[in-house]
Write a protein that binds this ligand. Structure first.
Ligand code: SF4
Length: 210
C-alpha cells in the first residue's frame, strides 16, 4: 500500500523519536521533519539533479556548523588520514550519483569499473568479505577523499565517538559504534530519501556508466 507524503512524515518522525536518545518531544520532531521536507522539496530539480544534490550537501554542512560548539561534537575522534569508513557499502541518492558522474567526466577520474562490479555484488551485510583493496571507494586516494567537497551525504554522516579502529568493519564487522548525530542531521538524512531513490554507490555509478 502506497503511503502519502504526510503519512511518511509521521512514520519518519516516530522512527526518529524512537532512535533519538535525548527524549525530544514528538511534535517538535515532526515540525523539524516537515520543515526540512518543505525546504528540500522546494529546491528539488528533476531535470538537474546534480545541482539539487550539491545544494542539499551545502544545506547539510551549514546545519552541522551550528553544532560545532556542542560538547559531543568535540568528542568526535575522526582524524585526517583515517579512511576506515571509505571501505564500506555507501548508499547514495540518485541526484548524488548524477553529481558524481559529472565529476568523473569533468575531472577525468578513472571510475575503476572492475572494482565497482565487485562491490556491486555485495551488500552492507557482506561487504567486509571483499579484500581491503576491493572494498576501497573509487574516490579514495592516499587515505583521503579526492572529491571531499562533493562527497555524499552518507559520507558526511560517518563519524565516531569511539576509538576510530572500531570503524574497521573487516576487523570488527558487528561492532556498532556511537556517532554524533544531532536531530536535524538525522532528519535531513531521512527526508532526502523521501524525495528521491537511493542505492549502493557501486550500482548507482555502474548504471550511469553503461
Ligand atoms: S566518497 Fe569520499 S568520503 Fe565517501 S567513501 Fe568515497 S572516499 Fe570516502
Amino acid at each position: 500500500m502506497d503511503l502519502t507524503d504526510e503519512e511518511y512524515i509521521d512514520l519518519i518522525s516516530i522512527d526518529i523519536f524512537r532512535e533519538y536518545q535525548e527524549s525530544t518531544k514528538l511534535p517538535l520532531i515532526k515540525e523539524c521533519v516537515q520543515h526540512y521536507y518543505d525546504e528540500l522539496s522546494k529546491c528539488y530539480k528533476k531535470d538537474d539533479k546534480a545541482t539539487y544534490a550539491y545544494s542539499t550537501l551545502k544545506l547539510f554542512d551549514q546545519t552541522l556548523v551550528k553544532w560545532e560548539n556542542n560538547p559531543d561534537y568535540k568528542k568526535i575522534t575522526c582524524k585526517k588520514g583515517c579512511s576506515n569508513c571509505c571501505h564500506v557499502a555507501v548508499i547514495i541518492r540518485d541526484s548524488e550519483a548524477d553529481l558524481l558522474i559529472e565529476l568523473i567526466k569533468k575531472e577525468k577520474i578513472d571510475p575503476k569499473t572492475h572494482r565497482l562490479k565487485k562491490q556491486s555484488k555485495k551488500t552492507d551485510e557482506d561487504f567486509h568479505d571483499l579484500s581491503y583493496k576491493e572494498s576501497k571507494c573509487i574516490f579514495l586516494k592516499n587515505h583521503e577523499c579526492s572529491i571531499y567537497e562533493y562527497r555524499p551525504l552518507n559520507c558526511r554522516c560517518h563519524n565516531t565517538l569511539d576509538e576510530s579502529k572500531y570503524c574497521d568493519v573487516k576487523k570488527y564487522p558487528r561492532r556498532k559504534h556511537q556517532k554524533f548525530l544531532p536531530l536535524e542531521i538525522m532528519v535531513i538524512q531521512r527526508v532526502v530519501q523521501l524525495i528521491e531513490d537511493v542505492g549502493y554507490m557501486s550500482n548507482q555509478l555502474l548504471k550511469r556508466l553503461k
